[in-house]
Ligand binder design. Structure first.
Ligand code: 5GP
Length: 214
């Protein structure tokens, strides 16, 4: 067993969840965390840093840490981001320290991030679990973005164009979840994490043998 895998034992999973803007990643993760099911209480959602302006229904420190482009760049230079990307003129990044602390204390941390960032995590943390969330149909996604009235039609159009490009990266992911119904998608997410925890590479036979008193 490689050292890296050994170091993972007893720690939480690093989970990358991507999918087109508007597919409902946040809603599904919130639902998964609220279920009375194996693994739900271990889940933590990472709060990203972004230069995007805050939407009316968003809260600082809950949905995002909102910052200026200068503050974002400072974080990059100081090596405080696990990954970062530019999406439609704004920058988004994942605070590294918080993620590492949570994983070390046994929590499964979900990063809701777009494809460029997901590929950085895949490269830097090969043991991370990459999941892509799909809408039931392209039409459903369009409808969903339209009902989110906080954005102009131009922005909605650009988000859909990015989604069409992003889907080409699907083969780089390990799992795919369709968000046809939130409760179902949440159960699928927890089932994937349960299966991932059961992988042989994540189990520790030496700890098991220590209990042998013959
Ligand atoms: P939104 O503006 O809709 O909140 O997010 C736009 C896109 O950026 C979404 O696909 C979202 O998942 C992604 N995103 C949010 N936070 C991060 C982050 O920290 N890193 C990266 N790479 N993408 C992020």
């Amino acid at each position: 067993m490689r050292d890296r895998e050994r170091a993972q034992l007893g720690t939480g999973l690093l989970v990358v969840l991507s999918g087109p803007s508007g597919v409902g990643k946040g809603t599904v993760v919130a639902q998964a965390m609220s279920l009375k099911r194996e693994g739900a209480s271990r889940l933590r959602r990472s709060v990203s840093v972004t230069t995007r302006p805050r939407r009316a229904d968003e809260r600082e420190g809950v949905d995002y840490f909102f910052c200026t482009p200068e503050q974002f760049e400072e974080r990059v230079q100081a090596g405080r981001l696990l990954e970062w990307a530019t999406y439609l003129d704004n920058r988004y990044g994942t605070p590294a320290d918080w993620v590492d602390e949570q994983i070390a204390s046994g929590h499964d941390v979900v990063l809701e991030i777009e494809v460029q960032g997901a590929m950085q995590v895949k490269e830097r943390r090969p043991d991370s679990v990459l999941i892509y969330m799909l809408p039931p149909s392209w039409r459903a996604l369009r409808r969903r973005l339209r009902t989110r009235r906080s954005e102009s039609e131009e922005i909605q159009r650009r988000r859909l164009a990015v989604a069409r490009e992003e889907i080409k990266w699907l083969p780089e992911y390990r799992y795919c979840i369709m968000n046809d119904r939130v409760a179902k998608a949440a159960r699928r997410l927890l089932a994937i994490l349960e299966a991932e925890r059961a992988r042989v590479a994540r189990t520790d036979p030496s700890a098991w043998l220590e209990g042998d008193d013959d």
